[in-house]
Design a protein around this ligand. Structure first.
Ligand SMILES: [Zn+2]
Length: 487
């Protein structure tokens, strides 16, 4: 089937209602040619390299200090893709109340490294494919969407005409590596891309809006970009520089001087089962872990991520008993710690948390839990009794107004979320402002813990690891030669 007819059929299927697309066969190939011409013709089709430097501000969605107010964070990115020489460079800074979190990835042919600027170390990157780390920056760059339309024109689908910002547009769907398909809004007169949408199965519609296109290096590029999730602005562009086909500095694609190799990372691709006592286990995979305690008649758990059932089943196998999960403790209101809540509810568990978090759970749960399904902690609470009891402490830190600490006195084990940890098998984890704030909150509680396990890390830490981490804290200073960091 040729592209034009396929385009018309899809327009009928997708748009659903009679539209002008049915009246005549739409020449999608001609439209793609016009887009390529509008963006620079051969300069687009034969692009040798691209550099994108962009700065955003946006709400810290689902990660605010207190549930009733979204606070703001900054995201600064630099992505250089040397297409002709198969090299790539990615540098990013996430700045929020916990501090500055830098990230760097360098790809040079078959070699790919990630660089941790906080601890001055490097390791092998997970992938040498620029789309795995640069895909987000490519999608916020209309010129690269036009280039993708050109290179994927055989698979492009015409969806029909539409109006956007009161101007006639054409809708074209294209594939994009490692992403759901993209729908481009192409201005019917200028043939520039002014909007792109794609669908995230969890979050809903993702929208990219492009404006104030300018000519640069013989191509066109938008200078104003913002990104929305389900209709709400999520990343608002505050500055943007795009360059094409310039002479690139070879040193950019080499490891910076003065770095040491990183320590071995714990392989978390399979479920990790840490036995802390015959009735206490820390269990999880990748970036999500729970602690479970058999208090005698029932099980108390903490640490919410999808597949709570899978982790609980591992615990039940380990202790050789299928006692039910009676209580699931929810550490705080952040969205990444509310996974598995519906699993806990459907297993009949009572959710144990603070009042603020109850409201957030009601908003996110599909099961509309009744009041009786919650047990609210006011400062402190004990679950179970005697030597197998669990103690809960509510503390405020810079990370969240409320954090429930889960302490098992019989094994002197403390479970916490989001304040401490690293992916490495040994060494002292680098502290950030959250870590220091937690140390200050722990001090007056006088908890006699000797071990710490966390919601995001596979390792069992000692109290000394935590102390040394806090002692060695210093705020990350932006290096003088990295202006993107200080923006
Ligand atoms: Zn958090």
């Amino acid at each position: 089937m040729n592209t034009i007819i396929r385009g018309v059929l899809l327009a009928l299927l997708v748009v659903g209602e009679p539209s002008q697309a049915q009246d005549s066969e739409f020449d999608l190939d001609a439209l793609v040619d016009r887009v390529v011409a509008a963006y620079g013709g051969d300069a687009l089709a034969g692009m040798r390299n691209v550099e994108i430097i962009e700065a955003y501000i946006g709400p810290n969605l689902g990660q605010s200090w207190a549930p009733e107010l979204s606070d703001l964070s900054k995201n600064n990115f630099r992505f250089v893709h040397d297409i002709e020489n198969e090299r790539a460079y990615f540098e990013s800074y996430f700045k929020a109340r916990g501090g500055i979190f830098p990230n760097m990835i360098i790809v040079n042919g078959d070699e790919a490294w990630n660089v941790n600027l906080v601890i001055g170390r490097y390791g092998e990157a997970n992938s040498a494919d620029p789309y795995t780390f640069g895909g987000g920056t490519m999608r916020t760059t209309d010129t690269l969407l036009a280039r993708q339309l050109h290179s994927a024109r055989e698979e492009a689908e015409y969806l029909g005409p539409t109006s956007w910002m009161n101007r006639p547009h054409e809708l074209v769907k294209i594939p994009f590596p490692l992403s759901p398909d993209l729908t481009l809004y192409i201005d019917a007169e200028s043939h520039l891309v002014t909007r792109m949408t794609r669908e995230n199965p969890q979050l809903g519609a993702l929208d990219y809006v492009f404006g104030e296109h300018v000519a640069v290096d013989g191509l066109m590029a938008a200078t104003r970009v913002y990104f929305s999730v389900a209709g709400d602005p999520n990343l608002i562009g505050t500055g943007r520089t795009v360059r094409f086909n310039r002479d690139l500095d070879t040193a950019l694609f080499e490891l910076p001087d003065g770095l040491a190799p990183e320590a071995e990372r714990i392989d978390t691709s399979e479920m990790i089962v840490n036995r802390l006592a015959s009735n206490v286990y820390h269990i999880g995979q990748n970036g999500g872990y729970s602690i479970f305690v058999d208090t005698g008649n029932e099980v108390v758990g903490c640490g919410g991520y999808p597949d709570l059932r899978g982790r609980l089943a591992k615990f039940q196998d380990a202790i050789g008993s299928h006692k039910r999960l009676a209580y699931q403790v929810v550490t705080h209101h952040h969205n990444d710690h509310l996974g598995g809540i519906d699993e806990a509810l459907s297993m009949g568990a009572t959710l144990v948390t603070v009042e603020d978090t109850v409201d957030v759970i009601r908003d996110t749960s599909q099961l509309e839990p009744e009041s009786g399904r919650f047990l609210t902690v006011n400062d402190r609470m004990t679950l179970g009794d005697g030597s197998s009891r669990v103690e809960l402490y509510d503390v405020a830190t810079v990370h969240s107004r409320s954090n429930l600490l889960f302490y098992v006195p019989s094994t002197r084990t403390l479970f916490m979320a989001d304040h401490f940890g690293s992916p490495y098998a040994e060494g002292v984890p680098a502290a950030n402002r959250n870590t220091v704030s937690m140390a200050e909150a722990l001090e007056p509680l006088d908890i006699n813990y000797s071990r710490i396990v966390t919601a995001h890390n596979a390792r069992v830490y000692t109290a000394r690891d935590f102390e040394r981490s806090v002692e060695s804290f210093r705020d990350f200073d932006c290096p003088d030669d990295r202006p993107l960091c200080s923006r």
